[in-house]
Design a protein around this ligand. Sequence first.
Ligand code: ZN
Length: 220
Amino acid sequence: MKIKTIIIFLTTFTAFASFKLTNKRDLTTKYPLISKSKFKRIAKTFEKEFMDFSNEKNEDLLVYADWNDPSADMALARRWETAQILIFRGLAHRREIDPDALMLILCHELGHLYGGYPLKRESDEIAAEGQADYFATKYCIKRALLLIDNKNINQRIRNAIHSVGNFLANNWGHQLPSLKTPSTIIQDQTIMDHPTPQCRFDTFFAGLTDQERPRCWFKE
Ligand SMILES: [Zn+2]
């Protein structure tokens, strides 16, 4: 039954991987930094917490932690009246990712499902990458981190943004994003695919601090 579930997931999911580099060996640990039980628990508590979004759309939210797949990846789908998020074990082996950062990654996936316009896919209402990031820090991350505990929430949100920003930059072979080096890109139309790691970092902070969506991906 379990294997069947996994096969269904893998064959029908749309992966939104943003990797451009393949040499990430020194960033990947042999043993997981987040234990299997913790990894699975994070997925389950996240699923329970955010059912209000899926209920409003008359669908079920399913968050699945795959401990077999070694890729540091995540995926999502909407079908059969379910909204599904999948995270892969490789994330638990990456030095940049702690439980708080994993929550931000889950929030990004939730943003694809409930972040609204602009959409990267109209047919199943999947929000654009930048919109998923914006939603993640505007509506999700605080609630998500409270599921772990309520200590130093504001600092932990910032740390999670830095952690995920570093993870994305390392995947692309870019320099680590910083508040001191905001993206200078100005798009003349909205881009639906992955913005640069610095632009995504800027978008996380824009969502957190209630600013406009950055021009490095969004055009009114
Ligand atoms: Zn995405």
